[in-house]
Write a protein that binds this ligand. Structure first.
Ligand SMILES: C[S@@+](CC[C@H](N)C(=O)[O-])C[C@H]1O[C@@H](n2cnc3c(N)ncnc32)[C@H](O)[C@@H]1O
Length: 187
């Protein structure tokens, strides 16, 4: 009887541990594969503000525009369509990347723009001649050292938010929205 009891206890313990180990493994998988959530929600820039951002940055066909947090891709897509600019958009949200690719296709600029699912803070920005942003004040400040380290002359344009004490070369107001423009200075 004692033997049987010991056997049953061992069986229950093994099963419990097995379940716990499986649950732990599940937790590990969840932890490592869970995608990072965006630092700011998606709010699209109105078309007139997009136009003003591209105009103030004097975007042209020889430029390479990086949109950091590209949403539905409207900034690179408009630049490609209007000026023949090459562009890359980065966004953490796969749904936004889908929309941006569909937008590029609809506007016939898939040869000019591409969209990459990834964290804007982890990208190599050294090939950009123009960078566009519509993020948050804190995110602009977090990016600032990386932007200031880019090639002198790189242009940066931000919808709505400034860069703290890095004073813009120009500030515009379009349909009640602010647009800030900077040029990376000589070192
Ligand atoms: C305010 S929306 C701007 C969209 C677009 N640039 C525009 O002006 O219409 C910000 C976008 O940044 C994306 N985002 C937020 N944090 C991000 C991060 N760390 N890396 C890449 N994209 C991010 C969001 O998914 C969202 O699509």
């Amino acid at each position: 009887m004692k033997k049987r009891y010991a056997f049953l206890t061992a069986a229950v313990l093994t099963a419990t541990l097995g379940v716990q180990t499986a649950a732990h493994a599940q937790l590990e998988v969840t932890k490592t594969t869970q995608p990072r959530s965006p630092d700011v929600i998606y709010v699209p820039t109105p078309p007139a503000v997009v136009e003003a951002m591209l105009d103030v940055a004097k975007v042209g066909k020889d430029d390479v525009l990086y949109d950091l947090g590209s949403g539905d891709g409207r900034i690179p897509v408009t630049a490609a369509k209007k000026f023949g600019t090459t562009g890359i958009g980065f966004d953490l949200d796969p749904q936004r990347i889908k929309e941006a690719n569909a937008n590029a296709k609809e506007q016939g600029v898939t040869d000019k723009v591409k969209f990459v699912e990834g964290d804007l803070f982890e990208q190599d920005l050294s090939k950009a001649t123009v960078i566009s942003l519509y993020l948050l004040p804190s995110l602009n400040l977090k990016l600032r050292p990386k932007l200031l380290a880019l090639k002198p002359g790189t242009r940066i344009v931000s919808h709505a938010f400034d860069m703290g004490d890095w004073k813009p070369d120009q500030t515009l107001t379009v349909e009640g929205k602010s647009v800030y423009f900077w040029t990376v200075p000589q070192k």
